[in-house]
Design a protein around this ligand. Structure first.
Ligand code: 9MR
Length: 579
């Protein structure tokens, strides 16, 4: 069926802008001018009352022409004036006498709490990624599962030539596979901890800070974000060797098939691999951030995190070029041949945490760190968002959020504001209001990370260059939840159009029809790396268009896998939009 309307399938907040797009080529009549069509917002109740009538425009933002990645010439409609709460549909009508109804969307909501509900689902998704523990029915409902992958007594990979066993228990599975990776876990934890740090005690704050589990509307229990992140942090701490270095990953010997964790346990040996400079610095950045967030509620744990971060940093300083383990036989590579951005992140975090403790940490004194940070700032301008390979934005953010070195704070804020403006400028020039110029593996994660940049800058400044940061942040969120070229709300369980067949081993082996909710899939990826598989396993993309490089199939690891580093920035953005 043709769906000519691109809109947020979940909803819009009453005080938010409510913009949608129309692809006229998908209307039932051709050669229509924009002035031939009008839209109507109708209430989805027995009376179907009209909430708004409006005309369409031939352009959106500063974008006048054809969408480069789909060829569409999108029109746009705006019903920001509808402030009432409820369930609504968008109708497209042909003007004339009589008027003719062309199309009606499936319902979406205008509500104050749709973002909060999605936030809860997202936080919960990390619980479903837990490894090595039983997921109990009171938390997991239909997705309960027995304990597997204990990882508490596993060998080192033969390439390490190291005897003995290691306890690498706990932590989250990275994605659709059963690997656990420090590099990717670290950036995920960092994004989530930013939400913990910045989110005050507003109504939504309970979902972030509560020490007790929450009970969700569906009756299931859920850990607050702070408690959930701690589960991953405990795993991180186990991954630190006695010399301070941090192992890179826990990997099965070969890639697992689509079997449940318990079967994988029987079929596979699991091993520890690493250490590398990047994994060790990633650990340092994440653990230093943790020491900040847990200081008030658990000073001993916070101190342990900080001491471990310092030990990791020292290890990396003395071994600045220890390469990532070039091994992808049973797990992903996360190969990164530059560690300068990880150094910057770790240094900035430690600078922030240690500045009152020079006497104890003479080798990482405020003065010495600052000197290096000044060089980092010159060498490593921010990117539009964080990603697992390039982490310097976390350094910039740490400097922008501290308030004891106002000179560096000002510099960092100015630079990040410029970055935010760049994101917005790209959005304005794009037919779908997004800031990408290429759709890569995990493009949804990239969009979420750009949105996080906007949301972070918004914590100290509401506008850049006259543009509202919240407005542009919400525009990116609208894309994620359905207003995109493939009409998919990219988070499982969020809307009628959500992925049903994510590339996720647990979802496909747990015997439950519905996928685990709250998982963000990678999304449009024009590289389509999964097409290089044998014919019968290659996924079925709808056509050749760059903007249609997405398919809701289990086999599409390049477009339909979920991963913690994509979910994490989205979770943080949703939290910050609730505050
Ligand atoms: O997100 C990663 C992406 O940037 C890389 O291009 C891709 C190929 O190396 O790997 C992605 O990460 C995967 C990881 O290697 C293994 N777990 C699943 C991750 C998401 O697909």
């Amino acid at each position: 069926m043709k769906i000519p309307v691109r809109y947020n399938h979940v909803g819009y907040a009453p005080d938010a802008a409510k913009i949608f797009f129309v692809n006229p080529a998908e209307l039932p009549e051709t050669d229509l001018a924009v002035s031939d069509v009008f839209f109507r917002i109708v209430r989805v109740n027995s009376e179907k009352g009209v909430a708004w009538d409006g005309n369409l425009l031939e352009h959106t933002y500063e974008h006048q022409g054809t969408c480069e990645y789909t060829g569409e010439s999108l029109w746009s409609g705006d019903f920001s004036g509808v402030l009432e709460l409820g369930r609504f549909a968008i109708q497209l009508w042909k003007k004339g006498d009589p008027e003719k109804l062309f199309f009606e969307t499936l319902p979406f909501e205008i509500s104050n709490d749709w973002i909060y509900r999605q936030l809860l689902a997202n936080i919960k998704s990390f619980y479903y990624q837990r490894c090595g523990v039983e997921l109990t029915p009171d938390f997991a409902g239909a997705w309960a599962r027995p304990v597997a992958h204990l990882d508490d007594h596993i060998k080192f990979h033969p390439s390490m030539q190291r005897d003995g066993f290691w306890n690498a228990h706990g932590g989250w599975y990275d994605a659709g596979d059963y690997g656990k990776y420090i590099v990717n876990g670290g950036v995920s934890v960092a994004a989530l901890l930013l939400a913990c740090e910045l989110m005050g005690n507003c109504d939504a704050g309970r979902a972030i800070h509560s020490p007790e589990p929450l009970v969700l509307p569906d009756g299931l229990k859920m850990y607050s974000l702070k408690e959930e992140v701690r589960f991953e942090l405990e795993f991180f701490l186990r991954m630190q060797d006695t010399d301070g270095g941090v192992f890179f990953k826990v990997t099965p010997e070969r890639w697992d098939g689509f079997v449940p964790p318990k079967d994988s346990d029987v079929l596979q040996k699991r091993m520890v691999l690493g250490k590398s400079t990047t994994s060790t610095l990633n650990f340092a950045g994440a653990l230093a951030a943790a020491s900040r967030v847990y200081r008030k509620s658990d000073a001993a744990f916070a101190e342990r995190c900080l001491q471990s971060a310092v030990a990791a940093y020292r290890w990396a300083v003395s071994r600045p070029y220890v390469d990532w383990p070039h091994n992808t036989e049973g797990s992903g590579g996360y190969g990164d041949d530059r560690a300068d951005d990880e150094f910057f992140w770790a240094r900035a975090m430690l600078y922030r945490e240690l500045h009152t403790r020079d006497k104890e940490f003479a080798d990482v004194s405020t003065e010495s760190l600052r000197e290096l940070i000044l060089k980092d700032m010159e060498a490593l301008p921010p990117k539009l968002g964080v990603d697992w390979r390039d982490t310097q934005n976390l350094g910039w953010i740490a400097l922008a959020l501290q308030d004891f070195d106002l000179e560096l704070q000002k510099r960092a804020r100015t630079v990040l504001e410029k970055t935010a403006l760049e994101i917005i400028q790209l959005q304005k020039e794009d037919a779908y209001g997004i800031s990408l110029r290429k759709f890569i593996w995990g493009s949804n994660g990239e969009i979420a990370n750009h949105a996080l940049t906007l949301a972070i800058v918004n914590t100290w400044k509401n506008e850049v260059g006259g543009n509202s940061l919240v407005f542009w942040c919400r525009e990116l969120v609208n894309y994620i939840y359905g207003r995109n070229p493939v009409n998919v709300s990219f988070v499982t369980g969020s809307a009628w159009s959500s992925p049903k067949f994510p590339h996720h081993r647990i979802c496909h082996s747990d015997g439950v029809k519905e996928p685990i909710p709250g998982l963000l899939v990678g999304g449009i990826n024009s590289d389509r790396q999964d097409m290089y598989r044998s014919m019968h396993r290659a996924p079925h993309y709808p056509d050749e268009l760059v903007g249609h490089s997405y398919t809701d199939e289990q086999g599409s690891f390049a477009s339909n896998e979920t991963a913690i580093n994509w979910n994490a920035p989205l979770t943080a953005v949703l939290a910050l939009l609730c505050s």
